[in-house]
Design a protein around this ligand. Structure first.
Ligand SMILES: [Zn+2]
Length: 287
């Protein structure tokens, strides 16, 4: 009897020693496979209390948000191959634990989309080109924002419901001239349909009547996550304003270079162009 009673503490000591040498058993879990032009949640599970997390994807550091999660992304034109995910879990005491995962990134094939527009809308006059370049630069500047208040941790929602009239990544051929790939999705909806914020964020840009994108809105969701809403009929928010996810920020229109009322919705994650429809939590149907 006496001997049997003593066995349990010995076993416990053995387990503690094993944990101390083998780490705490934290593990990496992705919400979906990491693919070209996608953003997925990384969840680190079984993190010891008080541990500090740091991570890199292909050697580039990414930030963690609440719940031991991070939004990982690959640009639409990222190289296929193996993406190396590395996370360091540093408990307040004891050895840091290094977790790694090789993510196989396959080539994604994007479709070609021939578009025909009136000649004057494609072959632009020099003054129009200058103006459009300034507007494009203003939009691009919002993509460089970092350190904004974090609003994406609660997840994402589609800003407007409707038919997908333009898919992500399609290579556009405008009147026979190849153009940049489509870095967002187009959702057709009646003029005046309310558009909501895909997540909480700070209004980074309100562009009025831009040549290409018409009335244009950019939201900064923190950690370099930016969403873009274009061709709006009206804008309901001011630059610098904080909006919560799901709040009406404007209405669907066809301002700028648009052939019908629709929302162009784009998402960047630290400059990676990702498919908004494939964001975690957005319905899987779509393009
Ligand atoms: Zn578009």
């Amino acid at each position: 009897m006496f001997e049997k009673k003593n066995r349990f503490p010995t076993l416990l000591l053995l387990v503690v020693l094993l944990l101390a040498t083998e780490g705490w058993g934290a593990a990496l879990s992705l919400s979906a496979p990491l693919a070209m032009g996608t953003a997925v949640w990384l969840q680190v599970v079984d993190v010891p209390p008080g541990a500090r997390l740091t991570g890199t994807l292909n050697g580039v550091a990414f930030p963690f948000t609440t719940g031991h999660r991070a939004l990982l992304s690959l640009d639409m034109e990222a190289k296929p191959g193996t993406a190396l995910l590395r996370v360091a879990v540093e408990p307040p005491q004891g050895k840091p634990e290094i977790l790694t995962q090789d993510c196989l990134v396959t080539q994604r094939v994007y479709q070609e989309e021939p578009i025909t527009l009136a000649k004057e809308k494609v072959d632009l006059a020099p003054e129009v080109l200058t103006r459009a370049a300034q507007e494009t630069a203003a939009i691009a500047a919002t993509y460089q924002r970092r350190g904004g208040r974090v609003g994406y941790a609660d997840g994402f929602q589609q800003p407007v419901q409707g038919r997908f009239s333009g898919v992500f990544g399609s290579r556009r051929i405008l009147n026979g001239q190849p153009r940049k790939p489509h870095n967002g999705v187009d959702i057709a909806a009646p003029q005046g349909t309310p558009v909501v914020a895909m997540a909480s964020g700070t209004v980074a840009l309100v562009g009025r009547d831009y040549f290409f994108t018409g009335n244009t809105l950019a939201l900064d969701h923190g950690d370099g996550i930016i969403s873009l809403y274009a061709h709006l009929e009206s804008v309901a928010v001011q630059p610098g304003e904080w909006v919560t996810g799901g709040t009406v920020i404007g209405t669907v229109g066809m301002t700028g270079r648009a052939t019908g009322p629709h929302l162009h919705w784009g998402v960047l994650v630290r400059n990676d162009r990702v498919d908004p429809v494939l964001l975690p939590g957005i319905r899987a149907e779509g393009p």
